[in-house]
Ligand binder design. Sequence first.
Ligand code: BG6
Length: 503
Amino acid sequence: MAKKSKSTDKAQLTPESHSAFLPVDSFDLVVFGGTGDLARRKLIPALYHRFCDGQIPKNSRIIGTSRSDRSDKAYKDEVHKAYHQFSSGEDYDDKCWDDFASLLNYVALDVSDEKADWDGLAKALSQGGDRVRVFYLAVPPKLFVDICKGLKTAGLVTPNARVVLEKPLGTDYASAKAINEGVRFVFDENKIYRIDHYLGKETVQNLLVLRFGNILLEPLWSNRAIDHIEITVAESIGVGGRGSYYDGAGALRDMVQNHLLQLLCLTAMEAPASLDADDVRTEKLKVLRALRPITKDNAPDDTVRGQYARGKVDDEVVADYLTDVGVDDSNTETFVAIKAHIDNWRWAGVPIYIRTGKRMAERRSDIVIQFKDVPHSVFGNAKLNANRMVIRLQPDEAVRLWMEIKEPGAGGMRLKSLPLNLTYADNFTVRYPDAYERLLMDVVRGNLSLFMRGDEVEAAWKWVDQILGAWQDTEQRLELYQAGQDGPDKAHDMLARDDNQWV
Ligand code: BG6
């Protein structure tokens, strides 16, 4: 039986919760796509912060690779400049950057060239002994398998080597399966780290703690007490400079197949036996497999596709999608809403509405658990609202549980909904590490819990492929919405038909 502990007012930090700052062993990390957007915006800054917190030993090596020739110095200058361009500058320290930069090297390697010379990379990695070797593939997925083969042929896949695959993992089920098979030809499944950076977000990890660290919620966490669930990942940005990738992908592939389905899994899965990678991933897989297929029969009612038109975001006029991407016409969705069902005992009859979009009113990710009405009101005509829990993932991280309270006052009985309000800002003063900081250190430590297993990714693609197929069969229309609005009206109609509304 779990030992009872006294509750205290202040959050207690156990040694376990400090482990994020325990140093890892020295390692070598090669970033394919080392000059790309992800490396410059996220990976190098994340490594810099982990280094400054003393987590990365000084004799570790970080090697950026890409096609073009440049010196180590030019590479260091380039990523330094990018750091200042993309990071807030909070916690920046010149001396620490200089020390960190001594870990950085650059090797030119054209991985798309069959005759590529891998010697430079082999040389840069020599004398690393049996230390952990991480190959981070921040490149388009069509290169994944070739790079893995190249690594194998060049004899660089040591027993302690592992590979990180950045999303998107293919463009559909067939391509994802082919990637999985090709990569597994070189790396065992337990050496493959498929990144979904949402899993590295503090508030997403907190979903596990909220659900499985509190006895209060579990008895209510099912169709017995929950009426419906909403998951919103809204962005105010447009597609910016990523048009050529995005126009071939769209919101369903870019956001739903990975981030939204992962949020749905963590919200709906059964309690895993432990936080071991396979325990967690097996429970998520069960959810994905229980998702009711969306077919041409239900797609017109249960899905909405939208594309942003010109409008105003934060009082600034912004262009439409076509202008952003520089095309005359496009059938790509920048918004998608889906009414999903999980066909199992726990969730039968509970609609799970998910939506995501670019150029919406504000950047906001929420999971809303809408509880049912009380079975019988003893308050006569007084309006009684059902309880609601809102888990704000970003920004202004918080958990709010809306309760009914008696409004003070003599005579009559007036009820009011007020939230039990647990905000991160009020309770924690630490800097929240970027998701990549956590995930990169987990790769070095060999902890796969926050990474997707191959079968999970394939199951997610299967569900998404059916939706894409249904849209094609029914020629489902693209609804325009003005930039700065929360998606097309049809997305609101979808919930209104069930007497619900987006929160
Ligand atoms: C990426 C998508 O995976 O996630 C982007 O490709 C999206 O289109 C981004 O903007 C959102 O991530 P975050 O962390 O800003 O919510």
